[in-house]
Design a protein around this ligand. Structure first.
Ligand code: ADP
Length: 318
């Protein structure tokens, strides 16, 4: 079982030739759909075959009703705090080259309270993994990881978005963390260490391993590297069934058309694999997550693009 604690947003997406400049009015193609890192990851976990619960905060509006309807459709147990704030939103412009500009309206997501998380204790019973990101208040995530520890679940922290502040208390409760290259460098910088996201992936493994050990000395770090897959670094005392303390897992070659939510696909699939087969080597879980995330880039959208298990098996038969 996986418990995801995090955000739900209604994404409003405009595709335009160019991103709008100050004072400019443009016409573009519009679509809207579900998003939010928390919800994307919950859908990925559920479609990866894990029993999944999602703890979040929703407004009493059309967005909140959409979240309830979609969670039910994917068999996700929803534990939503009702907020007087509007449901979270994201306004997204995408240009012809796939570049984007995004404004988030956190709304209800910013109101998720530690008290609500604590009150969902029953949802955490039997959880193997509790997965959280930082589009929700850090004190609510801290509470989730405290409850996770009490129930013997692994706490998986996806330290996204990159500008989120992770407190020392939260790092202390995280068993694993999954930054992308930008998030990894931003968080390292906050700890007083330095790394450049542009050259990160080309660094030798032992240098990357040393940086990972600075970020989370006691836990496993997985840096996602986009089309290059990911880099895994374990603490000396706990290789999680692997033989090597650090290694790379390349991603399969795919026809990526939309990488929105690729990191979310990776996190949901990794959490589901860890929770479903805890005895397997970590490398097997990582392979699964890399394949799953790669396949998600072959479709448009965030939550809607999350593959189902049979689609993964058909695309990558071995
Ligand atoms: P984020 O979406 O958070 O920026 P990444 O870009 O690192 O995260 O992507 C997360 C994962 O998605 C990667 O580890 C990889 O497995 C997969 N992925 C992303 N882009 C591609 C791509 N172009 N080809 C294959 N896999 C990809």
């Amino acid at each position: 079982k996986v418990v995801v604690v995090g955000s739900f947003n209604v994404d409003h997406v405009w595709s335009t030739d160019m991103l709008p400049r100050p004072g400019e009015t443009l016409a573009g193609r519009y679509r809207s759909g579900p998003g939010g890192k928390g919800f994307n990851q919950a859908v990925a976990a559920a479609r990866s075959g894990a029993t999944t619960a999602f703890v979040c905060a929703l407004g009493d509006d059309a967005g909140g009703r959409l979240a309830r309807e979609l969670a039910e459709g994917d068999g996700i147990a929803l534990h939503a705090q009702s907020s007087s704030q509007p449901t979270g939103t994201a306004g997204i412009y995408v240009d012809a080259d796939g570049r984007n500009s995004i404004v988030i309206g956190p709304g209800a997501n910013a109101a998720l309270s530690p008290a609500h998380v604590r009150a969902q204790d029953a949802a955490f019973v039997g959880a193997g993994v509790v997965l959280a990101q930082l589009e929700s208040p850090v004190d609510a995530v801290l509470e989730a990881f405290t409850v996770a520890r009490r129930h013997g679940a692994s706490a998986l922290l996806n330290p996204a978005p990159a500008d989120a502040v992770v407190t020392p208390e939260l790092w202390a409760l995280a068993d694993l963390t999954t930054p992308n290259e930008t998030e990894f460098c931003m968080q390292l910088k906050r700890l007083g260490a330095d790394a450049d996201p542009v050259t990160l992936a080309s660094q030798p493994d032992d240098a990357l391993h040393a940086l990972c050990r600075q970020l989370l000395p006691h836990g496993t770090v997985v840096i996602t590297l986009g089309a290059a897959g990911c880099f895994v670094s374990h603490p000396a005392g706990d290789l999680r069934g692997d033989t090597a303390p650090c290694y790379r897992q390349p991603a399969p070659q795919v026809d990526a058309i939309d990488t929105t939510g690729a990191g979310d696909a990776f996190n949901g699939a990794l959490a589901a694999a860890l929770a479903s087969a805890p005895g397997q080597p970590f490398a097997a879980h990582v392979r699964r997550a890399v394949d799953y995330a790669a396949l998600s880039t072959e479709r448009h959208g965030a939550a809607e693009a999350m593959p189902r298990m049979h689609e993964l098996a058909e695309r990558f038969p071995d």
